[in-house]
Structure formats: C-alpha cells, structure tokens
Design a protein around this ligand. Structure first.
Ligand code: FMN
Length: 242
C-alpha cells in the first residue's frame, strides 16, 4: 500500500547506496507520470524525463556523475531536463487545447472573454517573454520593466538567466513529485547535481537547447545507504509568519 504524503516525505532520504535487487521500471514510469502532474510556470511544461534502465548507459552515467556511490549502485536513473527551448511548441499545444475546450457554439459571454484572454496569453504574452536573441532582447526588456516598475508592479524576470531559472524551477518541482512518489512505494532516490552535465547530455543524446536540472539515482536503500540522521536548521530560523 502507498504511504500517505507525510509518511512518504518523511521516508524520503537521499540514499547513496542501493541493494542489488532490480526495481520495477513500470512503477518508476508511474512515478514519472506523477512528476508530469507537478505545477509548471504558464503550464508550459518545459521539461523532459529520461528514464535509464540499460546497464551500459547506467555505467556511463555513473562516471559522468563523478563516480558518486549513489550513481555507481543505482539500479536505474532518471534525468530531469529543463527544455526552455520548447516554449513555442508547448505554447502552441496550449492554444490547440484551449481551442478544443472552448469550441462550443453557445459559448457564454463570460467564457468567450476567458478564451480570448487565455489565447492572448499564449499567443502574445508568452512569445513576448520568451523571445530573445542571445540574451540581448531579454536584457532590454528587463531594463524597460525596471523603469516601469518604479511606478507600478511589473513582472521583472525577463533576462535569459531569469527564463532559465523559470524552466528549472518547474522541472525541480517535477523532480520532487517523482521522488515523493518513489518514496510512497518504498523506492529510494538521490538527486544529484554533482555531474558533468555536458557528458550527461552526450550520453543521452539530448539536444543542444536542453539543460540538465538533476540526475536522480533510483533503487532500494541498503541499510548503510543513508549517511546519518536527517539534519535541518531549526525550523523557526526559516519560518516567517507575517
Ligand atoms: C539539487 C540537489 C542536488 C543534489 N546533489 C547531490 C549530489 O550531487 N550528490 C549527493 O550525494 N547528494 C546530492 N543532493 C542531496 C542533498 O545532499 C540532500 O538532499 C541533503 O543533504 C538533505 O538530505 P536528505 O535528502 O536525506 O533529506 C542534492 C540535492 C539537491 C536538492
């Protein structure tokens, strides 16, 4: 039986050593389907999930992950990839979806207005925000918004670096959905940014515009695989009620 959310969150630890028992690829895939249900900026879903089960590729990935124990003993690996470059395609898919959802002859005035607003979001605002030329356009937009921001609230995250963060934020949320889902069924994970991302991309033959958010080792924990009790700074230090 699956653990409750709180139990799964408590159970999840970064596990650095896995037992030599295979895990079920279908179950891991199901956890990745949960990953795809994570909230995502503008619902653009600028992510991809590479589920690695082949031994040879796992060995190559372990080397690209600096031979970390978690990578060397992983039964499978998942690579979460941010695909900022897919914004145009995914905006179009949102438009197609909206056209289908609102394709009713007797659309009320309220719904027609909503449809127009949503379409304008994907056909005008998203292209405006995401279009950039080598980072220059993004920076110009940023300067203009800083000026406007002197007088009213504005969206300020327009530079290329901001847009990369936007994509990685959503991809990281998907990663967390995945890891919690794995914990819920008694499987373990270790997120790793300690990797040579260029090599990881080469091994997986991932296109140029993609960026590795994290590599996640997967398996079932060895009893020595959790390196000590969990440490967190005191909660009161990070919790602010206003
Ligand atoms: C983005 C990210 C990158 C991480 N990279 C690594 C890594 O390369 N190697 C590793 O052993 N652990 C890595 N970790 C795991 C953290 O060290 C771990 O989450 C932290 O120590 C807290 O422990 P816990 O996950 O067991 O609660 C990473 C975690 C995150 C969120």
């Amino acid at each position: 039986m699956e653990k409750t959310v709180t139990k799964a969150i408590t159970y999840r630890r970064s596990v650095r050593k896995y037992i030599e028992i295979p895990i079920d690829s279908d179950k891991v895939k199901q956890c990745l389907e949960n990953a795809a249900l994570a909230p995502t900026s503008s619902n653009l879903q600028l992510w991809e999930f590479y589920h690695v089960t082949e031994k040879e590729t796992l060995n190559k990935l372990a080397v690209a992950c600096m031979n970390q124990n978690a990578a060397k003993t992983a039964q499978q690996m998942v690579v979460i990839v941010a695909r900022r470059d897919l914004w145009r395609k995914h905006a179009r898919e949102n438009v197609n979806y909206l056209n289908k959802v609102y394709d009713k002859p007797d659309l009320s005035e309220k719904l027609a207005k909503r449809k127009k607003l949503f379409l304008s979001y994907y056909q005008k605002l998203i292209p405006f925000l995401y279009t950039d030329v080598l980072g220059v356009l993004g920076y110009l937009k940023y300067l203009v918004f800083q000026l406007i921001g002197l007088f009213r609230p504005v969206y300020r995250q327009t530079r290329l670096s901001d847009m990369r963060i936007v994509a990685h934020k959503s991809a990281a949320l998907a990663a967390q959905n995945f890891m919690i889902s794995m914990a819920a069924i008694g499987y373990d994970t270790c997120p790793m940014e300690g990797s040579d991302t260029l090599r990881v991309k080469k091994i997986l033959q991932i296109s140029g515009g993609a960026e590795i958010t994290m590599v996640i080792a997967c398996g079932i924990r060895d009893e020595t695989g959790v390196y000590g009790p969990r440490f967190r700074v005191p909660f009161e230090q990070v919790y602010h009620i206003i």
